[in-house]
Design a protein around this ligand. Structure first.
Ligand code: NAP
Length: 362
């Protein structure tokens, strides 16, 4: 149940230029993940482009455009807040390779973005022509999500102005559809991103399974910041645990790892990096059900008594590893909450692992 700690890669030229970041690293940076603390994203441009139409893409757009006074009350790290305070980004495009009926984000997250103070949604009504009737018989969540996009696209500018009145420099964001990233374009000195070339696509098929096929036309868009938010990816754990590197999961049937009786998996490493927390929770119930069934059917040999975690502990000890226990973590947690209190935040995250170890006396 170890999740997905890597990300999918675009595999296009220019992906490694300065100014191009993966969503995973960017999210890790503002969330205080030690491995991403030195990312220091360059926010000196006015236009950012996020590739992907998932909830992570919306999360990033929201962070880039949120008023500082809102962010200040969250557990975002102080250093990310300082960087965002100097940010020049005022326009964010979220670009998807398929259409409005295939977006992967969900309504709650879209609504939060639409209601973000000081930021105006720029949706092109032409992108939604005929969609109202197309979603008439779609499942309710898809129908409501599409209706919200249509409503937002058709909102009169005057209503939008009223919503953003009295706020600082106008910021805006929008959705672009049927554009597949082809190349991140380099600046004159060849070092940084100055834009992106996208292949325009048409859809083959309909609904969730529609495929984006390049039409042969391309479009270039200027932007100084590119964030690729095209999904996460699990990594293999150990040669003894089977791994399907094509699908990025542990091959399993209802959580039973294929070919390894007695081993089970759950969460994103079982199903792939999709779904919200409740999906992952239900998924673990499904795996637990498999364990119970196997116990009842006598498939699992539970006759000999086993040492349990004590055995793991002695292996760690023999290798000189000092594990961090739950009560250790509680000390770090308490220290973070205490530091946050002074600044009126839920917590101030500690991003240096050495400092965490000092707190627990390691
Ligand atoms: P996601 O929902 O799978 O979205 C990935 C997006 O990237 C899709 O729009 C996908 O388009 C696009 N994409 C994939 N490969 C691409 C490529 N090669 N070129 C261009 N576009 C590509 O992934 P996510 O946003 O990383 O989120 C992961 C999971 O966490 C999701 O289930 C999400 O709902 C969940 N999450 C939830 C919350 C929340 O509850 N607030 C917050 C964050 C994340 P196609 O559909 O065309 O493949």
């Amino acid at each position: 149940s170890y999740g997905a700690e890597d990300n999918r890669v675009l595999g296009i030229p220019g992906e490694n230029l300065l100014g191009v970041y993966t969503a995973r690293a960017f999210v890790g940076w503002y969330n205080g993940l030690p491995e991403n603390r030195d990312l220091k994203p360059d926010l000196s441009c006015e236009t950012a482009l996020i590739l992907g139409h998932g909830n992570v893409a919306l999360d990033i757009a929201r962070i880039l455009l949120s008023p500082l006074q809102l962010l200040r009350k969250t557990d975002i790290t102080d250093s990310s807040l300082a960087a965002l305070a100097c940010s020049k980004v005022k326009r964010v495009w979220l670009v998807g390779r398929r259409g409005p009926l295939q977006v992967a984000f969900t309504i709650k997250e879209l609504r939060e973005m639409i209601n973000l103070p000081g930021a105006r949604a720029v949706l092109d009504p032409a992108d939604f022509t005929g969609l109202e009737s197309a979603v008439k018989d779609a499942p309710r969540p898809r129908k409501r999500l599409t209706e919200l996009m249509i409503k937002t696209a058709l909102e009169k500018p005057v209503e939008m102005q009223a919503a953003t009145a009295g706020t600082a420099a106008p910021r805006e964001w929008g959705l672009k559809f049927q554009r597949s990233p082809q190349e991140v374009l380099p600046s004159a000195d060849g070092r940084r991103a100055r834009g992106i070339r996208m292949a325009l696509t048409c859809l083959e098929g309909s609904g969730d399974s529609a495929k984006a096929i390049p039409t042969g036309d391309v479009e270039e868009l200027e932007c100084g910041l590119v964030l690729s938010s095209i999904g996460y990816r699990s990594l293999p754990l150990d040669p003894a645990v089977p791994f399907d590197s094509q699908r990025g999961i542990i091959p399993n049937s209802s959580g039973r790892v294929e070919g390894v009786p007695g081993l089970y998996c759950s969460g994103w490493v079982k199903r792939g990096p999709t779904g919200v927390i409740i999906t992952t929770m239900n998924d673990s119930f499904d795996t637990a059900q498999s364990v119970l069934e196997d116990l009842q059917r006598g498939v699992l040999d539970i006759s000999p008594s086993r040492e349990g975690f004590g055995l793991v502990e002695s292996i760690l000890h023999s290798r000189g590893v000092r594990p961090v226990s739950f009560s250790d973590w509680e000390k770090i947690d308490a220290a973070e909450v205490a530091r946050g209190k002074a600044a009126g935040k839920p917590r101030e995250k500690i991003v240096d692992p050495e400092e965490m170890l000092r707190i627990i006396g390691h």
